[in-house]
Design a protein around this ligand. Structure first.
Ligand SMILES: [Zn+2]
Length: 158
């Protein structure tokens, strides 16, 4: 049976009512903070499950996202839903429109279904480039050579 892991956008866009949705507590908090809880209540009444993310899988997501450079773009909620999708493995389809989440998911072989936007076509490795001397680095906030701020760039596509 397919399990659809839902990020906040699923509930906002009223998607997945006919599916077995699983989400994480932080998604519920985000939805409540931004919108009335009415949609959320309806989703729960239709059988969406709320499960805590496993810290072991969370750790794996953080490791992977640090490797791809997506970590700065990921919120705690993003990491939670990715961890939940990884835990369900091949039975999981992660419903999200977030590009950084999609990027990390595709690196880990997690199936993705966009909610409203189209899915990403390429996997992207992010790097950093100095705004002063233009040297490239894997990470960091400040250039170790000239001290200028580094900006995020696409290093390569896979
Ligand atoms: Zn520099």
């Amino acid at each position: 049976m397919k399990i659809y892991i839902a990020d906040t956008g699923v509930f906002i866009n009223r998607k997945g009512r006919d599916r077995q949705l699983v989400t994480v507590p932080s998604v519920i908090d985000e939805t409540k903070a931004k919108y009335t809880s009415m949609e959320m209540l309806i989703a729960l009444e239709t059988g969406a499950k709320i499960e805590q993310p496993d810290p072991v899988f969370r750790e794996k997501i953080v490791d992977k996202a640090e490797g791809t450079g997506d970590i700065e773009e990921l919120s705690g909620t993003d990491i939670d839903v990715l961890a939940k999708a990884l835990e369900y493995g091949k039975n999981a389809v992660l419903m999200t429109d977030d590009y950084a989440v999609q990027n990390v998911a595709s690196m880990l072989g997690i199936k993705i279904e966009p909610i409203s936007q189209s899915r990403i076509k390429d996997k992207i490795i992010w790097g950093k480039k100095c705004t002063g001397c233009m040297k490239r680095f894997d990470n960091g906030e400040e250039c170790p050579i000239c001290g200028s701020p580094l900006k995020k760039i696409r290093k390569r596509k896979i």
